[in-house]
Design a protein around this ligand. Structure first.
Ligand code: SER
Length: 357
């Protein structure tokens, strides 16, 4: 009997092994980028999607995924279960505590932003070793990795490239910068002194996103949120008190362009990539530009400026413009929407649908 059950277990396990199909793992799936990315991957790919989020996956996303796990990325047991059950070929690690929220709880932010990333990188290298093939890893970094010391320095500095001013002033920026380095380390140097060469590798790629604007979701906990918050409030006909000065300038990208960028970068042949971390930018505008646009487009909108000096210092430390020439050259980054088109062809039509449904 024992022999029979051993044989059964072995056969059952082998069948399960044969049935293990490659999957894509997306963490932080309920977040802003997750929404767009799940739809894009589900539409283009025959790979199944497994999601991980602190909260149950939004109902509208459920039909597009094979398994939606509700767990914290710092819970190693939950991650181990996913690791054991699936053959993961790509990881999109989106879960993070954003910049404003992170400043209120820096140690929790560190645990989630750094601890969660290490957990996922570890799974990636284990998967690569057991599969004997490359596991791709996407990491959304941020302009928060940059730190300009004064507004004068920000004003006189033009578009900054990936190697300049990497001295973040927020815990979120520190976490993102360190995780970029961790990704590079795991991809190129992990276990470099071990006698045997590990089978399989990870292929780590990251984009430093500017402020992201989505018609579908309203961000929470970020410092670039004054842009999207103003637009959504305007569309609802509600007054909005902007927490930064009218002349505050920073780079932005729409969510469809951000999702397209992830897909472009992840599908580019590795030999074409000169770096593992890239800037992207669609337009650099002031808070006043946003206010003018919103009050012109929505007749019930009203915007006032009630500056929160502390949050202002965070945006003042972020560049007004980034140099994204490497992304343009290496993998063909070219945003579809500039500032005007973002409103005309994307935000207004999509946001109107949302608030009239
Ligand atoms: N949008 C992010 C934030 O404001 C920065 O990457 O936290």
């Amino acid at each position: 009997m024992a022999a029979f059950s051993r044989l059964y277990c072995t056969l059952g396990f082998q069948t399960e092994l044969k049935m293990r199909k490659p999957v894509v793992l997306i963490t932080g799936a309920n977040g802003e980028i997750g929404h767009g990315l799940i739809k894009s991957i589900a539409a283009k790919n025959d790979l199944s999607i497994i999601t991980l989020d602190l909260d149950p996956l939004d109902d509208e996303l459920k039909p597009q995924v094979r398994d939606a796990v509700t767990a914290n990325i710092i819970d190693r047991n939950s991650l181990e279960r996913i690791n054991a059950k699936y053959e993961i070929s790509e990881i999109y690690h989106l879960a993070a505590v954003l910049s404003t929220r992170a400043e209120f709880s820096p140690h929790t932010a560190h645990d989630v932003n750094v601890g969660g990333t290490i957990n996922l990188l570890r799974i990636a290298v284990e998967q690569a070793a057991s599969q004997g093939s490359t596991v791709k890893f996407f990491f959304p970094s941020s302009i928060a990795v940059y730190g300009l010391l004064t507004v004068e320095e920000k004003d006189r500095t033009g578009a900054i490239n990936e190697n300049q001013f990497c001295r973040p002033q927020t815990i979120y920026g520190c976490n993102k910068l360190y995780c970029e380095h961790l990704g590079r380390y795991y991809a190129n140097y992990y276990r470099r002194l071990f006698a045997a060469n590990e089978r399989g590798k990870i292929d780590f790629r990251a984009i430093r996103f500017p402020g992201l604007i989505s018609a579908e979701t309203i961000p929470s906990g970020g410092t670039s949120d004054f842009g999207p918050e103003m637009i959504h409030a305007g569309a609802r006909g509600e007054p909005y008190a902007c927490f930064v000065r009218p002349d505050t300038t920073m780079p932005f990208t729409t969510m469809p362009d951000a999702v397209a960028a992830i897909s472009q970068l992840m599908h580019t042949d590795a030999v074409q990539l000169s770096k593992s971390v890239y800037n992207i930018n669609s337009f650099s505008v002031t808070a006043e530009d946003f206010a003018n646009k919103v009050t012109t487009l929505y007749k019930n909108a009203s915007v006032t400026f009630e500056v929160n000096e502390k949050r202002q210092t965070i945006v003042d430390s972020w560049p007004a413009k980034v140099d994204d020439s490497a992304a343009r050259k290496d993998w063909g980054w070219s945003p579809q929407f500039d500032f005007d088109l973002a409103f005309e062809d994307y935000l207004v039509p999509e946001i109107n649908k949302r608030y009239t449904q």
